[in-house]
Design a protein around this ligand. Structure first.
Ligand SMILES: *Cc1c(COP(=O)(O)O)cnc(C)c1O
Length: 386
């Protein structure tokens, strides 16, 4: 099976992890702060907080921004469930803003309309979480302008997008957002096995997230609410978690960072090759907004079903049967049984549902060979005819 995505681990990556295993600290040593600094410097952000997953980073980001019961958080329906679950963890409610038909990212027009309505009914969101789907940056300037007008905070779910650029600047610089979150799961752009990071230019938010990732405990006298009992003293001042990243993971991440640009360049080469190979097939290939340089985590095509005798499901099944590990990113979050249980109904975001009825993620990862790519296109050509 050719998977839809996979990690690329070098001998140097392995050596980096092994060195930590032979060192004094497996966790809470020097590798985590070094990795945080490397990512913050690369992205042009002032602070970075490494954690054990992007899911944890999203949770901490919501908590740091004060999301709690009675609050509303909005995100895109075409994303991994974690982008929405983070608000529910905090006791807040979630709603979804329909997608742009070309980029499949949260539509700024839909956001503007929904905000105008929400203002009238007095239920504006506290936080909006745009997702850079497939690694293609959202219309951040448009979202930022609306955040100024309506007073909400912005968390970029950039799980797909490290190495991507918006208007020539690195994703993660937080110029248009309060916090940006990356994932280092093995299928993502760079990996630490499991892992995530939250970037921000706001020192207070960074400190809050640092504290919450480790039980809500502080050793900084300035943050303490009463005088220390002695030099052993630490204080728990929040209810936090153990969301820490290990040094083994951070060393792997540090090593992977050195190949980030090479990984993204390889993905671009594969995407332009797909573009050529798929030109005569009844599919829509990914459209790239001129403001964006995508990290190309995913390569999503849409079937032109009116020109195909097979159904979406039949084409997908035939590809799987041919050994192509295609996937579907994503099922609209509100269509999940758990979200239906919260009261969401079919038809909530029509554009997202049209996308879901046609989308297929083809294999896309740095180690994908041209021969394998030819195999994917051949299988697709066969699958749509049957
Ligand atoms: C992968 C992913 C996450 C969660 O990442 P983990 O590191 O696995 O917790 C969140 N949001 C999106 C959009 C993702 O693709």
């Amino acid at each position: 099976m050719i998977p839809y995505g996979r990690q690329d681990i070098s001998e140097a990556d392995i050596q980096a992890a092994v060195e930590v295993l032979r060192s004094d600290f497996l966790t809470q040593g020097p590798a985590v702060p070094a990795f945080e600094k490397a990512v913050a410097d690369y992205c042009g952000a002032q602070h970075a907080v490494a954690v054990n997953s992007a899911t944890s980073a999203l949770h901490l980001a919501c908590l740091a921004l004060g999301v709690g019961p009675g609050d509303m958080v909005w995100t895109s329906p075409i994303t991994f469930v974690a982008s929405a679950n983070c608000a529910l963890y905090c006791g807040a409610r979630v709603d979804f803003v329909d997608i742009d038909p070309r980029t499949y990212n949260l539509s700024v027009e839909c956001l503007a309309e929904k905000l105008a309505l929400a203002e009238k009914s007095g239920c504006l969101p506290k936080v909006v979480i745009p997702v850079h789907l497939c690694g293609q940056p959202c219309d951040l300037a448009g979202i930022h302008a609306l955040s100024q007008k309506y007073g909400f905070k912005v968390i970029e779910d950039a799980s797909h997008a490290i190495g991507g650029k918006y208007k020539g600047e690195q994703i993660g610089n937080c110029c248009y957002s309060d916090i940006t979150v990356f994932s280092f799961h093995p299928v993502k752009i760079i990996t630490t096995g499991e892992g995530g990071m939250a970037l921000t230019n706001n020192e207070k938010l960074a400190r809050r997230m640092q504290r919450l990732r480790s039980h809500g405990i502080t050793r900084e006298t300035a943050d303490m609410t009463q005088a220390p009992d002695g030099p052993w003293y630490y204080q728990q001042i929040d209810l936090g978690y153990n969301y820490r990243m290990t040094d083994i993971q951070a060393a792997l991440g540090m090593s992977q960072m050195q190949r980030l640009e090479e990984f993204v360049a390889k993905r671009h080469a594969l995407a332009s090759r797909y573009e050529g190979l798929l030109a005569d097939l009844p599919v829509i290939t990914p459209w790239q907004h001129p403001d964006s340089y995508s990290a190309l985590h995913l390569y999503v095509i849409r079937l032109k079903l009116a020109e195909i005798s097979k159904t979406h499901c039949e084409v997908f099944a035939a590809l799987r049967a041919a050994g192509i590990g295609v996937n579907l990113h994503y099922i609209p979050v509100y269509a999940q049984p758990y979200y239906k249980g919260l009261g969401f109904q079919a038809g909530h975001c029509p554009e997202a549902e049209r996308y879901y009825a046609e989308a297929i993620s083809l294999p896309m990862y740095p180690g994908l060979t041209e021969g394998q790519q030819d195999q994917v296109v051949l299988a697709l050509n066969k699958a749509r005819r049957g």
